[in-house]
Design a protein around this ligand. Structure first.
Ligand code: ADP
Ligand code: MG
Length: 393
C-alpha cells in the first residue's frame, strides 16, 4: 500500500525560509515507491496551500504566482478520514485524503508544539516529537529546567518575564547578580540566534534585555562558556530506543553562530540550509569526551520524551573540558541528514526511519486509554430542565 504523506512546511516563524529548504530536500529524498507526497505549504500569514508545484523551490521566489496556482486548503477529520479540502470554489472539492503528516517546520508555530497540537486534535498520525516534547524543546527555559532535574549539565542561568523587568528592572538586575560576566541574553522561544546578545557589563546587559523583550515575554540569561567549542549530535528514535550520529564541530572560534553562519554560509550558490554551515565531521574531540557527549545526548533526549530525529547542541569549555547541553532542535535544519550520511544511513533511509517511527508511535499510543464511559452527563441531564435549547421536538 502506498502511504499518502502530507509534508507540512513554511509557517509563521523567523525560520520560514529555512523550513522551505529542509522540506524540499526531504521531499526530493522520500522513497516515492512507498509514499505519495502531498506538499502543504503554510505561508507567512498562516494560509495553507497545496499543489504539485510546491515541490519546486523556484515557486517560493514568486508568491503571486504561488497564490495563483496553488490551492488554498484545510486539513480536517471527516468520518474516519483526514481530508485535505479546497477552501475556495463553489464545490470545495476534496483534494486528497492523508494517511500521515510530516511537519517539517522550524521554530514558532510549527516546531513548538502548536501544529503538533492541531494534528493531535484531529487525530492524524504525524512524524517527529509530539506536542509535549515539542513545547519543551522550543522553550529554552523549560528545556533547561527539565535537564537540570535530569542530571543533564547546563550552563548557569536565570530567567524572568518582560513586564517584571519593565516594572522593576533593579530587582531583575539583582536576581542576575550571581551570574558572572560575560553573560548572554536570549528570548526563550525563538531560534536562529535572533535577539541573542553577549554582554560584558551591566550597561550592555540592560541593552540586551531591552532588545530581547521585543521578541518574547520570557527572557533567559546565561553565563557565557569561555574557550568555546560547539559540537552537535543527532539522535534518532523514541523514549525506548535511540541511535546516535557522529558528532560535528561547528562555527568559528569564540564567535556567536549567527543566522548567516548557519544558513547562508560562505557559498554564493543556492542555500543548502543547515547543511551549509561551517562544520567539521567528526568533531576533533577525545574519545572520552565523545563518550560523555553520547551519554548526555541520550539522557537529554529521553528527559524531554522526544521522538524521531533531533539535533542536540553542546557548548564545551575546551580548557576546563566541561561539557554543557545548550539546546535541542526537535525538527533540526536539514533533518541532520548530513550527520547520518556520515554515520550509517543515506537521506532516504533516515526519512524511512522517521516515517516508520511515526507509525509505530501512533500504534503504541492507540493502546493507551484516553477516555472513560461515565454517566455523569446523563445524570446531569435527568436532573436539569426538560428540552434542549435550539432543538424543537
Ligand atoms: N552560554 C553560552 N556561552 C557561549 N556561547 C553561547 C552560549 N549560548 C549561546 N551561545 C552562542 O550563541 C549561539 C546561539 O544560541 P542558541 O542558544 O543556540 O540559540 P538559537 O536557538 O538561536 O540557536 C550558539 O550557537 C553559540 O554560538
Ligand atoms: Mg542554536
Amino acid at each position: 500500500m502506498i502511504i499518502k504523506l502530507g509534508v507540512i512546511f513554511g509557517g509563521v516563524s523567523v525560520e520560514h525560509e529555512v523550513s522551505i529548504i529542509t522540506a524540499i530536500q526531504a521531499m526530493n529524498n522520500i522513497d516515492s515507491k512507498k509514499y505519495d507526497i502531498i506538499p502543504i505549504y503554510i505561508s507567512k500569514d498562516g494560509t495553507w496551500y497545496s499543489g504539485a508545484m510546491l515541490k519546486d523551490i523556484k515557486i517560493f521566489s514568486d508568491m503571486d504566482l504561488l497564490k495563483r496556482y496553488a490551492k488554498e486548503v484545510v486539513l480536517y477529520k471527516r468520518d474516519n478520514e483526514f481530508v485535505l479540502q479546497n477552501k475556495r470554489g463553489l464545490l470545495r472539492k476534496d483534494i486528497t485524503t492523508l494517511d500521515l503528516a510530516f511537519p517539517i517546520m522550524h521554530g514558532t508555530m510549527g516546531e513548538d508544539g502548536t501544529l503538533q497540537g492541531y494534528l493531535e486534535t484531529i487525530g492524524i498520525p504525524y512524524c517527529e516529537s509530539d506536542t509535549y516534547a515539542s513545547v519543551v524543546g522550543q522553550d529554552k527555559v523549560f528545556m533547561k529546567q527539565i535537564w537540570k532535574d535530569s542530571d543533564v549539565p547546563t550552563v548557569k542561568f536565570e530567567w524572568f518575564f518582560d513586564t517584571d523587568y519593565q516594572r522593576k528592572p533593579e530587582r531583575i538586575i539583582k536576581k542576575l547578580e550571581h551570574l558572572k560576566y560575560p553573560m548572554i541574553v536570549k528570548p526563550a522561544r525563538l531560534g536562529s540566534s535572533v535577539g541573542i546578545k553577549v554582554c560584558q557589563n551591566e550597561e550592555e546587559l540592560r541593552d540586551a534585555i531591552s532588545d530581547a523583550i521585543n521578541y518574547d515575554n520570557k527572557i533567559l540569561v546565561e553565563e557565557v562558556v569561555p574557550n568555546l567549542l560547539e559540537v552537535n549530535i543527532s539522535v534518532l528514535g523514541n523514549y525506548q530506543k535511540q541511535s546516535l550520529s557522529v558528532i560535528e564541530e561547528v562555527g568559528s572560534d569564540n564567535k556567536l553562530l549567527t543566522y548567516e553562519d548557519k544558513y547562508i554560509g560562505g557559498n554564493k550558490g543556492p542555500s543548502k540550509g543547515m547543511a551549509s554551515a561551517k562544520r567539521i565531521i567528526p568533531a576533533r574531540i577525545s574519545e572520552e569526551m565523545e563518550k560523555e557527549i553520547n551519554e548526555i545526548a541520550v539522557k537529554a533526549y529521553r528527559a524531554l520524551n522526544s521522538s524521531g530525529v533531533v539535533r542536540i547542541d553542546f557548548l564545551i569549555d575546551k580548557k576546563e573540558k566541561k561539557i554543557y547541553a545548550n539546546e535541542i532542535n526537535s525538527i533540526p535544519g536539514s533533518l541532520s541528514f548530513y550527520l547520518w550520511n556520515k554515520t550509517d544511513k543515506d537521506y532516504q533511509e533516515l526519512l524511512d526511519d522517521i516515517l516508520n517511527l511515526a507509525i509505530r508511535n501512533y500504534k503504541s499510543k492507540q493502546n493507551k486509554i484516553y477516555s472513560f464511559d461515565t454517566n455523569i452527563l446523563s445524570n446531569y441531564a435527568k436532573n436539569s430542565a426538560k428540552g434542549i435549547k435550539g432543538i424543537k421536538k
